[in-house]
Design a protein. Structure first.
Length: 60
């Protein structure tokens, strides 16, 4: 049981470190519509080439 908790803690720390590093080129976009506000995160590959990006959908 102790080993399982340590593994989960390690994974949580790795996920937090990855999310901090990947937010460097991340932009949050909020779209307001009749059904409410929808949020998206757009991750650009670099600052010079804005044509290359990924869109992450956020569940509200």
């Amino acid at each position: 049981m102790k080993r399982l908790i340590l593994v989960l803690l390690f994974l949580f720390i790795c996920i937090q470190i990855f999310s901090i590093q990947s937010k460097k080129n991340l932009v949050k976009i909020d779209i307001i519509g009749k059904s409410g506000i929808k949020s998206y995160y757009v991750n650009f590959s670099n600052e010079q080439n804005l044509d290359s990006f990924e869109i992450y959908d956020v569940l509200n």
